[in-house]
Design a protein around this ligand. Structure first.
Ligand SMILES: [Zn+2]
Length: 298
């Protein structure tokens, strides 16, 4: 009997070690910004793990159609991660929740996003303002907040932090967040770790906090937002990274692949200039995102 127990004890760790690495894929749902002329959905991404869409990052205008086109199931989502609450990152959220009403989802759905300040509500207040019974813009969806629907939305405010904060960790998958500077708007960047692979999302930011360099250190895929061109100044540069800033951060973080997204009319057509600016600092792989693109984390 003791011999059999010994065999099992030896066999178990070997079986666990033999488990194949999980396949992790970034899918771009929306590669554009807020403009109505870029022929792109606004910011949104999925992280697929072994064929299931587990994380949804931002959900701007047009992303709900891209979500349908991707073949993702709302039942599979572990969490929604909002980098900030600007319209081009959140406006399709009500469409997702209403769509989920017609799904088989029973698990509660966590929604992470920044805490509030004088300019923006906290993520929890934002979700309640959308759906709360008797008060929300779509108050008829209040049962998704008070437990009467098939599942409940669970908003979580990510505290302002200049060092990466662990948000949750389960079965070799973990999520971290850190505050980034996006003018007066509370904003966070996220890193999703799956085994030894990771995908990091800058969200909209201008780099002033110097926090993404740490969060994204040696990440597999780093998604950065190419919203302004070389030489941008004033409000645009207070909100967004110039290509030079993207290059410096990417050089410090050293991702295997850098994906440039949140492409806008002022950067579309300037890809060669943008790459040559980034190349002054970062020597790794650079790709521009289009809606629907999939990038396997290798
Ligand atoms: Zn944006």
């Amino acid at each position: 009997m003791q011999y059999r127990l010994l065999l099992i004890l030896l066999w178990l760790p070997m079986m666990l070690m033999a488990q194949p690495a999980k396949k992790v894929t970034l899918q771009v749902l929306g590669s554009g910004g807020p403009e109505l002329t870029d022929k792109r959905a606004s910011a949104s991404y999925l992280v697929w793990v072994d064929g299931k869409a587990r994380f949804l990052i931002d959900f701007g205008g047009g992303a709900s159609l891209r979500f349908e086109e991707s073949g993702a199931s709302v039942e599979d989502l572990d969490a929604i991660l909002l980098t900030h609450l600007h319209i081009d990152h959140t406006s399709d959220l009500p469409a997702l929740i209403k769509g989920a009403f017609f799904s088989e989802r029973k698990r509660n759905l966590p929604i992470y996003g920044p805490e509030g300040n004088d300019v923006m509500p906290a993520t929890s207040a934002f979700v309640f303002r959308l759906f709360e019974s008797g008060k929300g813009a779509w108050e008829y969806m209040g049962d998704f907040l008070d437990g009467r629907a098939a599942f409940r939305l669970e908003p979580n405010d990510v505290p302002d932090s200049r060092t990466p904060l662990p948000l949750f960790s389960e079965n070799n998958i973990s999520v971290e967040a850190v505050s980034v500077h996006h003018g007066p708007i509370p904003a966070v960047a996220y890193r999703i770790n799956v085994g030894d692979k990771s995908i990091t999302f800058s969200g909209d930011m201008n780099g002033s906090y110097h926090t993404l360099e740490t969060l994204a250190k040696e990440t597999t895929i780093l998604v950065m937002h190419n919203a302004v061109p070389k030489g941008a100044a004033g409000v645009a540069a207070a909100l967004h990274m110039t290509p030079e800033t993207i290059g410096k951060i990417a050089a410090a973080a050293n991702p295997k692949t850098l994906i440039l997204s949140h492409r806008m009319m002022r950067t579309l057509g300037k890809e060669l200039e943008t790459i040559s600016e980034i190349r002054k600092y970062y020597k790794g792989k650079i790709k521009f995102a289009d809606d629907g693109n999939r990038f396997l984390a290798l």
